[in-house]
Design a protein around this ligand. Structure first.
Ligand code: NDP
Length: 491
């Protein structure tokens, strides 16, 4: 065969496949120098403030009010007044109009919210843009739809609102957790006092402007900022009828202790240590994508993160090899860069916690793999990490790390996988990877987890209830179930 003349065939194939940076502009966001509390539709001046920063480079962003018990008292009084003054007796179809407006406004201002969320929290812009903000809007749309149908959701039970809801949310999905809490509360005719996490208050404060645009009656939603002391003041407030909390199991237990005997309602969405279980008949490349999404999405700051990977022994080696190879393609860096897969760790305290647990994993004898990646000098960063050779007793296999750290364990039979997966004080979520539908159902019926994903991971929909077993908490958010904690019934 004649030899091809290749000399004239130069094509422009680059030798270097490094991504050029694609930064999202932050010009769309306006951040005030100083924020007060949003109470009764007005801004109250704080007596004390702290600084909120951008975790990507520790840039100070704004001074935020540290609400005292008196400030919380004012917010609760405003919520009570709004409740009694008409909101609780407004026809459901009228309440729905406000919720629809809020949903539409969140969609219209989605880019602004996404940039602010990534700036203040450190999560990649593609996640806040494609997941957090669209899902937050979807929650308001979804619960707007229920507002005038509560009688049909709970036939013959005369659903009525509970009163004033105190809502305390964490820093991992700031606007989305706000939506999970505020949308069902309002749909059911309650009013709200909400506290965002200390490190991520900015999207909750921008949300107040959406409430103004939506012309929500004053006092229906009140936002107070501050650290755990502000949260504790909400919990202890006499005139709050219900507490909804998402955060650590430790604080959740403390809240439950404080509320015991008070007659206040409580729902808790707490930590997790989810098992992501891969059987030998699973589509391995898809499973690897699911594993990566399960633990590196949002830097692993996810209560339902698939942080314990259980791999059937016969596929252990090829799966781990594929996984480690895939890790080398993850792009760690600026949260505002549209190419970024893994952003900044939310705070110095969280970074320290991750480092401490990773050190314990090494000391206890696990083998660590981290892809080569250059981490920025300023800010809080941690490379995606996989631990192999992990025993069930190691801290990294038992404790919630809440960072981009995966512990890999093995099993031989479905029974063994199940026993190991359920061997945890938590029970929020799980994943099963297999091509057999019957095995999926067998596992799902026996896994002690509120959500079981099959051949996928971290899928959310407002119509689907979410919540835990055991130390992962109680009560459900999302779906028709998510209405119940905000309703009283005549049984
Ligand atoms: P926390 O449970 O402390 O925070 C959750 C929310 O509760 C925040 O708004 C917090 O305020 C508030 N809070 C803190 N103390 C009290 C209190 N005594 N009474 C009422 N409210 C309070 O979680 P952290 O942010 O400290 O994170 C610690 C660990 O918790 C993480 O490493 C992670 O393992 C886990 N976590 C789990 C989450 C989940 O979704 N399951 C979410 C967040 C964390 P403030 O922000 O000011 O402290």
């Amino acid at each position: 065969m004649a030899e091809l003349d290749k000399t004239q065939r130069e094509v422009g194939v680059p030798g270097d496949w490094t991504y050029a940076s694609a930064p999202e502009s932050r010009d769309i966001v306006h951040i005030e120098d100083r924020y007060g509390y949003f109470v009764g539709g007005k801004w109250l001046e704080p007596s004390e403030t702290y600084e909120t920063i951008a975790p990507r480079d520790e840039e100070p962003l704004a001074a935020i009010g540290q609400a005292t018990a008196e400030d919380v008292g004012r917010a609760v009084a405003a919520a009570r007044e709004a409740y009694a003054d008409g909101w609780s007796s407004l026809p459901g179809s009228e309440r729905a109009k406000y919720l629809f407006r809020i949903a539409r406004l969140l969609q219209e201002r989605s880019r602004e919210f996404a940039v602010l969320e990534s700036l203040n929290g450190g999560k990649p812009i593609k996640e806040s843009r494609d997941v957090d903000i669209p899902l937050a809007a979807a929650h308001f749309f979804y619960y707007a739809g229920w507002a005038d149908k509560l009688e049909y959701a709970f036939p013959n039970r005369r659903p009525r609102p509970v009163g004033v809801a105190g809502q305390i949310i964490p820093w991992n999905f700031p606007l989305l957790m706000l939506a999970w809490k505020v949308a069902p509360a309002l749909a059911c005719g309650n009013t709200v006092v909400l506290k965002p996490a200390e490190t991520t208050p900015l999207t909750a404060l921008l949300f107040c402007d959406v409430l103004r645009q939506a012309e929500l009656p004053p006092g229906v939603v009140n936002i107070v900022t501050g650290d755990g002391r502000t949260g504790a003041a909400i919990v202890e407030s006499e005139d709050v009828d219900k507490i909804a909390f998402t955060g650590s199991t430790e604080v959740g237990k403390e809240i439950q202790r404080r509320l015991a005997g008070s007659g206040k309602r409580l729902t808790l969405e707490l930590g997790g240590k989810a098992a992501n279980i891969v059987f030998d008949d699973a589509a391995l490349d898809q499973a690897v994508e699911g594993i990566v999404n399960g633990i590196y999405f949002n830097q692993g700051h996810v209560c339902c993160a698939g942080s314990r990977l259980f791999v059937q022994e016969s596929i252990y080696e090829p799966l781990v090899a594929k996984l480690e190879r895939r890790l080398t393609t993850l792009r760690v860096g600026d949260p505002l860069d549209k190419n970024t897969d893994v952003g900044a760790i939310n705070s110095a305290a969280q970074l320290e916690k991750i480092q401490e647990l990773v050190a314990s994993g090494k000391e206890e004898g696990a083998e660590i793999f981290q892809p080569p990646c250059v981490l920025p000098e300023k800010g809080y960063w941690f490379a995606p990490t996989v631990f192999t050779n992990v025993a069930q007793s190691y801290r990294i296999a038992q404790e919630e790390i809440f960072g981009p750290v995966l512990s890999v364990l093995t099993f031989r039979t479905p029974e063994e996988a199940l026993e190991k997966a359920n061997n945890t004080p938590y029970g929020l979520s799980a994943g099963v990877w297999t091509e057999k539908g019957s095995r999926i159902l067998w596992m799902a019926q026996r896994l002690r987890a509120g959500v079981v994903w099959a051949n996928t991971y971290n899928r959310f929909d407002p119509g689907s209830p979410f919540g835990g077993y055991k130390e992962s908490g109680f009560g459900r958010e999302g779906g028709r179930h998510g209405l119940e904690p905000y309703l009283r019934f005549d049984e």
